[in-house]
Design a binder for this molecule. Structure first.
Ligand SMILES: Nc1ccn([C@@H]2O[C@H](COP(=O)(O)OP(=O)(O)OP(=O)(O)O)[C@@H](O)[C@H]2O)c(=O)n1
Ligand SMILES: C[C@](O)(CO)[C@H](O)COP(=O)(O)O
Length: 409
């Protein structure tokens, strides 16, 4: 039984087609080396590190299209995210438009990010994605302005001091509902320096969320030195969040009523001389809770939704079938189980004598340590009255490792 990986609903357009005139290097800015790797390669680290599947569109100069493809391939590693490289235009705006034309039909939210902001950290991407979803309008990261800002005329005469409490220095990634961004690009009749300005020009509104000092744009040689210094110090990465590390937890609960007419299968083991459990499959509450915990950790739903509750092919099916398919689905979604813990709640069977056997069996199936414990409810409730058993499971899963892009890209 196969369940397709869901199509991504978020796309990230990484614009890298600029020439980098202000940096003054002999090659386009995105391909300039930054501590052993290209600026483009570094800018893709947080993008490929996101927990949820995303479409990634890199916009590159025609002259460096193949080079950009090599970098993207190396950064993607075994990741299943949809990636493409398209040719940019003469302006940043034209390059973003080129990226927009490559979006998959499933995309609802679009992030536009400057490759030149090569040290922008993963949590910043997660923040704008979360905010655009809840706000239902564009969100852009911004930082308070710390300098005093003067308005000047053409002869450099100061006209006034601008109220800096009303100012924000904005960064990327900037995130927008797809339809709104596409519509804004369709009506844009002049060049703007960022995507939020196009939205406003089209009559939309945009909100600011907290930016990150690390998302500064490498524009001048001084910026490049600052980025190199931060990488050398190892201080460019903020403390990783659980999602940046791509660690997820899940919980699963299952219960089955006693059916003395059935054989008992529990924790993947056959229990002779014990009353069995009712259910469409073999009623193995321990294994079913385990599957639910793994599926919920990966955001893949639950055992009922995936396998159905009345599929004739699964009538009396052994728990191993569900466990193995669950692990396969997780792998397809880019996750590997790290550990699972299950607690059986019920009077019978006496679990302790076969605890190790059950743990060995389930650990081998899942491919990680699975611990199983058992408890009673002191005669209370349906489990206490011996009417059935329940099981509660928690699972920890991690995103499958992606190789780090090597040097020279
Ligand atoms: N025709 C362009 C111009 C810019 N960009 C991208 O837009 C981002 C922000 O632009 P900026 O830093 O100003 O880059 P450049 O235009 O390359 O720099 P400069 O103005 O110094 O030439 C960069 O990631 C750049 O690669 C782009 O994709 N296509
Ligand atoms: C989009 C942007 O990075 C937001 O700060 C910026 O406007 C683009 O860079 P440029 O130097 O203004 O072209």
């Amino acid at each position: 039984m196969t369940v397709p990986t869901p199509a991504p609903r978020v796309a990230i357009i990484v614009v890298a087609a600029g020439s980098g005139t202000r940096l003054g290097e002999p090659l386009p800015k995105a391909f300039v080396e930054l501590d052993g790797r290209s600026i483009l390669s570094r800018s893709l680290d947080p993008v490929f590190g996101l927990a949820d599947p995303v479409q990634i569109v890199v916009v590159a100069p025609l002259s460096h299209l193949e080079h950009a493809r090599d970098i993207v391939t190396q950064s993607a590693g075994s990741a299943s995210d949809a990636c493409s490289v398209v040719v940019g235009g003469d302006s940043r705006q034209a390059s973003v438009a080129s990226g927009l034309a490559a979006l998959l039909p499933s995309i609802e939210t679009v992030l536009v990010h400057d490759a030149a902001r090569a040290l922008a950290p993963g949590p910043l991407f997660e923040r704008v994605i979360a905010e655009v979803d809840s706000a239902g309008r564009g969100v852009i990261p911004g930082l308070a302005v710390s300098d005093t800002i003067k308005r000047v005329d053409a002869s450099s005469t100061v006209l006034e001091t601008v109220d800096r409490s009303q100012l924000s220095a904005v960064q990327t990634p900037q995130a927008f509902p797809r339809a709104e961004l596409v519509a804004a690009y369709e009506v844009a009749d002049r060049e703007f320096t960022d995507d939020a300005a196009l939205i406003q020009h089209a009559g939309g509104t945009v909100a600011i969320v907290d930016g990150d000092p690390l998302a500064f744009k490498i524009t001048t040689p001084w910026d490049l030195r600052r980025a190199q210094q931060l990488l050398a110090e190892g201080s460019h990465s903020s403390p990783p969040s659980a999602s940046a590390l791509s660690i997820r937890t899940g919980v699963g609960v299952d219960a089955h009523a006693l059916d003395p007419a059935q054989p008992l299968w529990l924790a993947g083991l056959f229990w002779p001389d014990e009353a069995g459990l009712a259910g469409h499959s073999d009623g193995d509450a321990v294994a079913h809770a385990l599957c639910d915990a793994l599926l919920s950790a990966a955001g893949l739903g639950d055992i009922g939704g995936i396998f159905g509750v009345d599929d004739p092919r699964l009538e009396g099916a052994h728990a191993d079938v569900f466990v193995l398919e669950t692990v396969r689905l997780l792998a397809g979604a880019g996750f590997a189980p790290s550990n699972v813990s299950v607690q059986l709640v019920g009077n019978r069977p006496r679990f302790a004598p076969r605890k190790q056997e059950a743990e060995k069996h389930l650990s081998a199936l899942v491919g990680c340590p699975v611990s199983v414990s058992a408890t009673t409810t002191d005669s209370m409730g349906f489990t206490g009255r011996g009417e059935g058993v329940a099981a509660i499971a928690t699972a920890l899963i991690v995103a499958a490792a992606r190789p780090t892009a090597g040097s020279g890209t």
